[in-house]
Design a protein around this ligand. Structure first.
Ligand SMILES: O=P(O)(O)OC[C@H]1O[C@H](OP(=O)(O)OP(=O)(O)O)[C@H](O)[C@@H]1O
Ligand SMILES: O=c1cc[nH]c(=O)[nH]1
Ligand SMILES: [Mg+2]
Length: 217
C-alpha cells in the first residue's frame, strides 16, 4: 500500500486539523463540518497529482491554450454518517465524479468494548474500471473501511483504489495493509499515536459523527 501523509509539512492544512481537534471549538458544529470539508478539498488537490491526464486545447477569446484535464472516471464513496462533510470537500473539487454512500456502524452485542461492524444502507454508482475513492474521516481499527471495501468489491472491480482519511491510528493502517490489495493508495491528513481501550484514536478528536451532526440516542 502506498501511504501519503499530508500534514508532515507546514501548511494551512495543519491549521484546519488543529481546529477539528480543539475542544474549545467543538461547540461549533458548523465550523467542524466546514473544516472537515476544507480538509477534503486539500486532500482532493493532493490526490489529483496522482491521477491520469489527457492533453486538451482550450479556446480562449484570444487564442488556443494547450493544457491537461483529468482522464480518470472517479467514484467517491463515503461511509455514513461522519463521511458526509469530507465527501463534500472531495466533490467540491472533483465535481464531475460519480458517488456512493454506504452506512457502517459499530455494533456492541455485549455492551462492552467488543464490537462488530454492521454495513447496511448502500447506494453506489458502477465502480467497474473506474477510480474508487473510499472516504472516511477516521481510520481507527480499520474495520469499517475493510467491511465497506469488501461490500463494494461484490459490486465490481475498480481500476484504482484510493482510501482517504483525515486522522489515522497506526493500528488501522496495519489492519488495512493486511486486508486490502497491495496496490491501494492510502491518503492520510494526520497520523496519530494509538487507540484507547474503546478503540478511539488518541489524541484524535473524539467522535467525528457526533461532532458533525450531534449525539445519537
Ligand atoms: O476504523 P474503525 O474502528 O472502524 O472506526 C472508524 C469509524 O468510526 C466512525 O464512524 P462511527 O461508527 O462513529 O459512525 P458515525 O459516522 O455514525 O458516527 C468513522 O467515521 C469510521 O467509519
Ligand atoms: O476516534 C474515533 C474512532 C472512531 N470513530 C470516531 O469518530 N473517532
Ligand atoms: Mg461516530
Amino acid at each position: 500500500m502506498q501511504i501519503h501523509i499530508l500534514s508532515e509539512n507546514n501548511s494551512v492544512l495543519n491549521h484546519f486539523l488543529g481546529q477539528i481537534r480543539n475542544v474549545n471549538v467543538h461547540n461549533d458544529s458548523m465550523r467542524f463540518r466546514r473544516n472537515i470539508e476544507r480538509i477534503g478539498e486539500i486532500m482532493a488537490y493532493e490526490l489529483s497529482k496522482e491521477l491520469h491526464y489527457s492533453d486538451v486545447e482550450i479556446q480562449t477569446p484570444l487564442g488556443i491554450k494547450k493544457t491537461t484535464e483529468i482522464k480518470d472516471q472517479l467514484v467517491l464513496c463515503s461511509i455514513l454518517r461522519a463521511g458526509i462533510p469530507l465527501h463534500m470537500g472531495f466533490l467540491n473539487y472533483f465535481d464531475s465524479a460519480e458517488n456512493g454512500f454506504v452506512s457502517a456502524y459499530r455494533y456492541h452485542p455485549n455492551n462492552d468494548a467488543y464490537f462488530e461492524i454492521k454495513v447496511e444502507y448502500q447506494a453506489i454508482a458502477d465502480i467497474n474500471n473506474k477510480n474508487l475513492l473510499l472516504i472516511d474521516p477516521m481510520l481507527a481499527t480499520g474495520q469499517s473501511i475493510v467491511a465497506v471495501f469488501n461490500r463494494l468489491m461484490e459490486r465490481g472491480t475498480p481500476k484504482e483504489i484510493h482510501i482517504a482519511v483525515t486522522i489515522a491510528a497506526p493500528e488501522g493502517i496495519a489492519y488495512l495493509e493486511k486486508h486490502l490489495p497491495h496496490n491501494c493508495h492510502l491518503w492520510i491528513a494526520a497520523l496519530d499515536e494509538k487507540l484507547d481501550d474503546k478503540s478511539y484514536i488518541v489524541p484524535g478528536l473524539g467522535d467525528a459523527g457526533d461532532l458533525a451532526f450531534g449525539e445519537k440516542l
